[in-house]
Ligand binder design. Structure first.
Ligand SMILES: Nc1ncnc2c1ncn2[C@@H]1O[C@H](COP(=O)(O)OP(=O)(O)OP(=O)(O)O)[C@@H](O)[C@H]1O
Ligand SMILES: [Mg+2]
Length: 309
């Protein structure tokens, strides 16, 4: 599929001399959901700010819908909806007027039916006549999303959209994102909630220290990097691993009453059959077996640690 956002050789050095991005190349396909993961200070917000034309580009080139974000700023910006990480709203205006006004800023004709749908989707319709200053933090964040959607952008940037949002509301915001994706909107989100990336993203990009460590299909990444572990509960605890079982990938559980075997999900042979035979040969009795798949979180922590070496 064609790219809607194209980032080529982008570097960013802030006025104080700090290099926040150190050569980023990234193509984002129309209609995909891309999650950017990375520790605090990795450069996620900096990258989004440059794509949205808020922060200057030190080196390199970015286009959105084929429009250069510097030379052709207005055309590029018209395609973009941005929900910034830092909240800043006009406190004394009502929810409805704020969202309506934002649409007007982009030169789009008034469309109250559209604004109503957006506010209902975000569970803000009841609050449409409330002043923003009188809303809770989670509601303000949803007003920012409504504002970002008011001009019907083709690309939506959500910089930590669900930070400080309760679990129930987070689920309903995921529903909103799914609805937008179904309508063909491209979504780029940053998040520290890895389950959010797992639930929402077609692809995951991991950024650390101004570099992209990897960008990969979410499901494929989990399959490739994922390990499974098999825990064998024993009838009686052991002081040490018996000779026939003392090998790589097998460890004794903390209480000595279980064996933990970890194996690669992508490998041709798991080695489980051999393991079970060896357990029997060692004269051990099993009472239970269970498996656990590593999560995106395990993979992410591993990658960032590797990058730090
Ligand atoms: N306006 C600025 N002037 C100077 N340095 C900045 C500025 N904004 C960000 N930085 C620095 O650039 C680096 C990247 O910051 P950025 O905000 O892009 O990180 P982030 O990945 O969004 O982190 P977080 O997860 O905490 O939001 C950090 O070292 C930060 O201190
Ligand atoms: Mg940030």
């Amino acid at each position: 599929m064609a790219s809607i956002v194209s980032i080529q050789g982008v570097r960013k050095t802030y006025a104080g001399g700090l290099t926040a991005l150190n050569g980023i190349d990234l193509e984002i396909a129309e209609g995909e959901v891309l999650a950017l993961l990375g520790p605090n200070g990795a450069g996620k917000t900096t990258l989004i700010s440059m794509i949205c034309g808020i922060s200057t580009i030190t080196e390199g080139r970015i286009t959105v819908g084929g429009h250069d974000v510097v030379r052709d700023f207005r055309a590029a910006r018209a395609l973009i909806g941005l929900v910034p990480q830092e909240l800043h709203t006009e406190g004394f205006e009502t929810v409805m007027n704020t969202v309506r006004f934002t649409r007007g800023l982009f030169g789009k004709r008034r469309d109250d039916a559209l604004i109503e749908r957006i506010l209902r989707d975000l569970a803000l319709w009841e609050k449409r006549n409330a002043k923003i200053i009188a809303l809770s933090g989670g509601m303000k964040r949803r007003v920012m999303i409504a504002k970002a959607l008011a001009h019907e952008p083709r690309v939506l940037f959500l910089d930590e959209p669900t930070a400080g949002v309760d679990v129930e509301l987070r689920q309903s915001m995921w529903e909103v994102m799914r609805g937008l994706k179904a309508r063909g909107v491209t979504i780029i989100l940053t998040t520290h909630y890895i389950e959010e990336a797992e639930a929402m993203a077609d692809r995951v990009g991991v950024i650390d220290k101004g570099l992209i460590l990897l960008v990969e299909d979410t499901a494929a990444l989990m399959k490739r990097m994922g390990r499974k572990s098999l825990t064998v509960e024993l009838a009686a605890p052991l002081a040490a691993l018996p000779a026939g079982l003392d090998r790589d990938g097998i460890a004794l559980g903390v209480d000595g009453a279980s064996l933990v075997y970890s194996y690669d999900t992508a490998a041709e042979k798991t080695g489980i059959t051999d393991l079970l035979a060896d357990i029997r040969a060692a004269g051990l009795h099993m009472v239970d077996l269970n498996t656990r798949q590593s999560s995106l979180e395990d993979i992410f922590v591993g990658l960032v640690k590797e990058g730090a070496r």
